[in-house]
Design a protein around this ligand. Sequence first.
Ligand SMILES: *Cc1c(COP(=O)(O)O)cnc(C)c1O
Length: 387
Amino acid sequence: MKVMSEKGSFGQFGGSYVPEDLGKVLGLLDEQFERYKEDPEFIEEFKYYLKEFVGRENPLTFAKHLTEKNGGAKIYLKREDLNHTGAHKINNAIGQILLAKRMGATRIIAETGAGQHGVATATACAIFGMDCTIYMGKLDTERQALNVFRMELLGAKVVAVDAGQGRLKDAVDAALNDLVENYQNTFYLLGSAVGPHPFPTMVKFFQSVISEESKKQILEKEGRLPTAVVACAGGGSNAIGAFAHYLDEPDVRLIGVEPAEAPSLTEGVPAVIHGFKCLTLLDEEGNPKPTYSVAAGLDYPGIGPEHSYLKETGRAEYVTVTGAEALEAFQLLSKVEGIIPALESAHAVAYAGKLAQELDKDDIIIVNLSGRGDKDVQQVYEMIKEQ
Ligand SMILES: *Cc1c(COP(=O)(O)O)cnc(C)c1O
């Protein structure tokens, strides 16, 4: 393991700590990404699919009742939940698959934990006619049988990884081995703003459409920038996409919300996991600590390197919300706004409610509603029944 280059560093974080074979494959990917992100035809095709297939641009909805209920700042919701497949993940899947096609790949591989990234990837592969293999821990395939079937419906092959503990980490290892063996025709489509360079930079690029739109929309609606942008952070892709176009606006507060049960940024220490350096939760032996959040998408012991850097420099703030608070926000948003949020997004909604009360009536909060909650209804039903 070694650092192949300084590229993709965010202060002390990020980089690429991978074996040499993999480093070569990632170097090639970096070159091609740098080339195509400047290519107007590539960008035009990306925008075409975001509009015609994903359904962008999605609205920035004023949450009137939620605002009245809290009695403070105005709350707006950026509606990633209205995207085709129900979350922000499809933005990145479309972007990376277009790059894969340009690079001549015919086969896409990806890892998935709860199945959300697997479904987004399988969807993108279906429309672009790509061969698709999704690696998933064996334990996860058993717990998420319906998502396995969903991916199969979309034409993907799901490989249940029996190695290790049969969890996400083992699925990532299996996918990386596949990539090193088959890189000539295979593209690894990574699901969050994590991993070795160039993935965090690339995923941010494709997810930045969120803040590109929200900035334009808030200026149209309010004639000024928001006081704060609030987003949940698992690996950090929806948050970095929601922050990107405000990073150079020092008056806009950027707030990432972590689950109190997996607080990588709040309690983590700098360490290398999965090929990059970030703030991460370690156990006593120095291994990534198993976490448990009610929201499967936030259940990751590390966090994207840029968030680690934004925390260290103080440009962004990071706070925690408990599963119980998220559950309450899940029910509240459903009831007063008619929007059932993903449990992940409910973390951001919960914090925005608290923040709104501390701010003035003429302050504005944009909450990135990263996904819809249909996938979580069964789980919430069971959690409420147990209370
Ligand atoms: C996967 C997921 C997340 C967490 O991933 P990030 O990379 O942190 O954005 C958040 N919300 C939803 C709806 C998700 O599906």
